[in-house]
Design a protein around this ligand. Structure first.
Ligand code: HEM
Length: 176
């Protein structure tokens, strides 16, 4: 593995693509208020994530996800287990799947900034409806959204479009 600034080249990467690391490292974010779980409970969080995955299935990034309603529902439950903990509930995800290591788990998927924006737009649509549909406490919506915006930035692993390099390019390290 070679690091050149914030581009990491994994020589064993089956997709043979350079991995982009957002500058600044993992963001320091305030955890969403645990009162969210207390008010919503597990079932509502699972329903919210199921609907989020329906949005994803109809989005421009649908191709990254498993195909078919049933497969998407199953996948949504994996994410929901994580969100239960994130929103203040028990460690369901860790119990079932191990350490979250979210950035690492997203590396197989080429996530660039437009993909992140699409992901966020899907979540926004679900959140706009969340107080009525899943008892999401409205006073904590902004805080949760701020968390999603920040954390999703850390999932980006593919250079911004228009970046003036291709895999294998020589990258000047010390100016010209
Ligand atoms: C930046 C935009 C993002 C994109 C495009 C994205 C995309 C994906 C994809 C393609 C999967 C794998 C689905 C599968 O085949 O099972 C996945 C899994 C997952 N994502 Fe994201 N994701 C993003 C951001 C986030 C964020 C911000 C979070 C948490 C706050 C998150 C939480 C999860 C979880 C918990 C899983 C399940 C992990 C596992 O496989 O165990 N994602 N995501």
């Amino acid at each position: 593995m070679t690091r050149i600034f914030n581009l990491t080249f994994h020589s064993g990467d089956p997709m043979n693509r350079p991995i982009y690391t957002p500058p600044g490292g993992p963001p320091r974010l305030e955890r969403p208020n645990p009162a969210i779980y207390a008010q919503m409970g597990e079932e509502n969080i699972f329903r919210m994530l199921e609907d989020f995955y329906v949005e994803l299935a109809h989005s421009s990034i649908a191709g990254m996800f498993p195909r078919g309603e049933e497969a998407m529902r199953r996948t949504s439950r994996k994410s929901a287990a994580f969100f239960v903990t994130l929103l203040g509930g028990p460690p369901l995800y860790q119990q079932q799947y191990g350490r979250p290591m979210m950035r690492g788990r997203h590396l197989p998927f080429p996530i660039d900034e437009p993909a992140r924006q699409e992901w966020l737009a899907c979540f926004r649509r679900v959140l706009d409806n969340a107080p009525a549909a899943y008892h999401f406490p409205p006073e904590y919506l902004d805080g949760f959204w701020t968390f999603l915006v920040g954390f999703s930035g850390w999932m980006v692993n593919t250079a911004p479009p228009g970046a003036d390099w291709e895999p294998g390019d020589e990258i000047p390290l010390f100016g010209d």
